[in-house]
Design a protein around this ligand. Sequence first.
Ligand code: SAM
Length: 222
Amino acid sequence: MGSRPLADTYGGYRARLVETLRAKGIRDLAVLRAFGEIPRHLFIPEALVRRAYDDTSLPIGNQQTISAPSTQARYLEALALNGTERVLEIGTGSGYQAALLTYLCRRVVTVERIAVLASGARTALERAGIDGVLVVTGDGSIGYRSDAPYEGIVVAAAGPEVPEPLLEQLAEGGRLVMPLERGGGQALVRITRAGDSLREETLGNAQFVPLIGRHGHTGEPS
Ligand code: SAM
């Protein structure tokens, strides 16, 4: 797990955010604790700091967003982590969700295709006093083989289907959570590996930016 963040004056705002998440149905105590500890204001542009602890998505540059806390909490809860796992996140964005993950598992690898965001996330993690997160710049639709297999994989961007390499890198019993494009919208899906079979559950609706890469949508390289 990562080291603990620096003390700051935003504790009251975080406590209120935790109450909001509880009211929206988040029950996993470790997830709630992570939101109570991680300084979200360090992961967003300075001009938006006063909205840092609102339950809302915010722009982080390069046409990308940091997702609303309740969305991320739902994702993290769906991963059902117990603290021992290796987790791969696709779509580092601001680095905030990767920071939350350091409270929930043993090892965090996160991949971001936009170099300037990956670099900003490294800086934000450092400012927050969080170490031990490997931030990789590249196409996360091919996963990150060096540290595989992963007991948890979380994809923060939507595609037509789960990229095959991610399924290959999912450990026995591991859970993968990702928004998939279905019927003109998006559905949040959890896949659990049991041997050679994959069990799929639909957890609700989602609204995410597209997964751009070899096993996602095509797009301009950054
Ligand atoms: N988890 C992030 C956070 O806490 O700020 C928010 C992620 S944002 C909703 C989605 C991110 O996925 C964007 O930063 C986008 O650049 C990234 N992305 C899209 N396709 C990708 C790919 N193939 N590999 C890696 N990152 C990708």
